[in-house]
Structures are given as C-alpha cells and as structure tokens.
Ligand binder design. Structure first.
Ligand SMILES: Nc1ncnc2c1ncn2[C@@H]1O[C@H](COP(=O)(O)OP(=O)(O)OP(=O)(O)O)[C@@H](O)[C@H]1O
Length: 269
C-alpha cells in the first residue's frame, strides 16, 4: 500500500512536536524514519495510525492508498489498524498481555476479523508461530510471554502485526530492546516477511546501522521536522545536515556501520 503524509503537524499544548512533516512511501517501499530521542518519530507513527494521545491535535494529511486517515472515525481506524496496517513496538514485554498464552494473542487479530472456531484459531497461531520462526510452534503457542526470550517475544509481536497480512507494516524501534545478534535475526525476519507479503514498511529507529540494513529511503527528523531525506545510501555516505552527520559518526564510532549503507553487512549477523 502507498502511504503519503503531507504537512503532518501534531500539537501538544502550544508546541508543534511534529511540524509539517511530509514523506511518501510507495507501494512495497521500505522507508525509514531516523532521528535522535524526542525528535518526533513515535508521534509521527501514532498520528498515521490514529493512536495519538487525547491531548494532541493534528493537521495535515495521511493518505493510505487514496483513503484519508486523518479525521476517520475511531471505528474505521480500528478496522484499518487490524487489517491494512500492522504495528510492531519497541518493548515486546509490555506490548503483550502477561496473563494470556501467546498463541491466543497471536490469533486474536484473525479472530476479530474472521469467525474462527477454537481449533482453527489454535492452528492459525501455530502457523503464525512457524512463519515468524518461533521454535516448536505447536508447543510455544501454549506458553506465557514470561516463558519466552526477548527475541521470541518480539517474534510474537511481529506475528500479531502480520496476522492479517497488512499492506503496511509500521515498526517503532522494534529491535532496540534486544541484543545485537538477536537484532540481526529480527531484521532478517522483517526482510523476509515484507518481501513475502509485498507490504510496505515504515521503520523507525535512532540507529542508522539498523536503518541501513532494512530501508532503501529515509527521512531524518530533528525537533519535530524533517531535516533531510533521500535514498539511504546517499544519506549515509554523504549526509548533508549536521544532525545526520552526527548520526553517521555515532554509528561508525560504535563500529556498526563499517561499510556504509546497503552492503547488508552493517549489522553483524
Ligand atoms: N503525551 C505527550 N505529552 C506531551 N509531550 C509529549 C507526549 N508524547 C511525546 N511528547 C513530546 O513530543 C516530542 C516527540 O516525542 P516522540 O516520542 O515522538 O519522539 P521520538 O523521536 O519517538 O523519541 P524516542 O526515540 O525517545 O522514542 C518529545 O519532546 C516528547 O517529549
């Protein structure tokens, strides 16, 4: 699905925390939003999905395949979130309900959209678990979140997001809470799922090496605004804005971006 965000402005109190942000993700595109903490990345994603806090007001346009999402009814947005847009968040532990078996949580979007019997829902959960590379799918669905590793919990979060084969996947710092080798495996999973489903991807991170691994195009945000945008390889190899240069230098200093972007080797596998 194609996503076109135009002049998106989110105001909280008297402050524009997202300020005239404009970008376009073509159908099947892999698009990154990068920026330091507090630059407005998460609020941009929440505005796109209609999940802004009640204290926020929003103007501009969010167009998903010709449908305007800003101002859509809560009912319509809830349907779009389960169906057209899948979302993955940073901390898989808090995104999951600790008291429910992971299989039930994975099959929930499907149960909401289709009438599934208990047996069908369980089978759907097992199939999803296999699709996201969880070990022993037919056993793991009966576990509780605390019985899984952080990487496995994030796979469950991703399974929930892709259950209905959304045309757009939005991931907000999905690997930040994970250690580096697990990060790489989760990024591989994103790669595979996005290719398999031909969905578009909006990937939010403060980590340029992670971004370069999955995204072909990027906007850089600072202070609520887009300060630079372009193909990831160009932005990484010839950053124009001082903030972008800082992000590139930080990635190089930690040894995360030795070869620049697009090489597929920026994050150790
Ligand atoms: N509910 C809220 N009420 C008031 N201010 C908020 C709220 N949520 C976010 N902000 C402010 O809006 C700005 C942008 O926040 P946002 O969460 O979008 O940044 P971010 O780039 O995603 O940062 P991080 O990488 O730390 O998640 C920040 O200055 C933040 O303090």
């Amino acid at each position: 699905m194609a996503l076109t965000v135009t002049d998106l402005t989110v105001t909280i109190g008297d402050r524009a925390v997202v300020d005239t942000v404009t970008f376009a993700v073509p159908d099947g595109g892999r698009f990154g939003i990068i920026g330091e903490s507090g630059s407005g990345k998460t609020l941009t994603a929440l505005a796109v999905t209609g999940l802004l806090p009640a204290s926020a007001s929003v103007t501009g346009s969010v167009d998903l395949d010709g449908r305007e999402l800003l101002g859509a009814s809560e009912r319509e947005l809830a349907r779009i979130r389960g169906d057209a847009i899948g979302m993955v968040f940073q901390e898989p532990r808090t995104a999951l309900n600790p008291l429910r078996r992971v299989g039930r949580q994975m099959s929930e979007p499907l149960r909401l959209h289709y009438r599934l019997s208990r047996g069908q829902a369980r089978q759907a959960a097992v199939d999803l678990a296999a699709r996201v590379g969880l070990p022993e799918p037919d056993r793991i669905v009966d576990r509780y979140p605390h019985e899984l590793s952080g990487g496995q919990r994030q796979r469950v979060g991703i399974a929930i997001a892709v259950a209905c084969n959304p045309g757009l996947l939005i991931a907000d710092e999905p690997t930040t809470a994970l250690d580096v080798t697990v990060q790489a495996a989760i990024l591989d999973l994103f790669d595979r799922l996005v290719a398999e489903q031909s969905s578009s991807l909006v990937f939010i991170t403060h980590n340029l090496a992670v971004l370069a691994r999955v995204c072909t195009d990027v906007v850089v945000m600072a202070g609520g605004r887009v300060i630079e945008s372009g193909p990831t390889t160009r932005v990484v190899n010839a950053p124009e804005h001082p903030v972008t240069r800082g992000l590139v230098a930080a990635a190089r200093a930690t040894g995360l971006a030795p070869g620049g972007a697009g090489t597929g080797t920026v994050v150790g596998r």
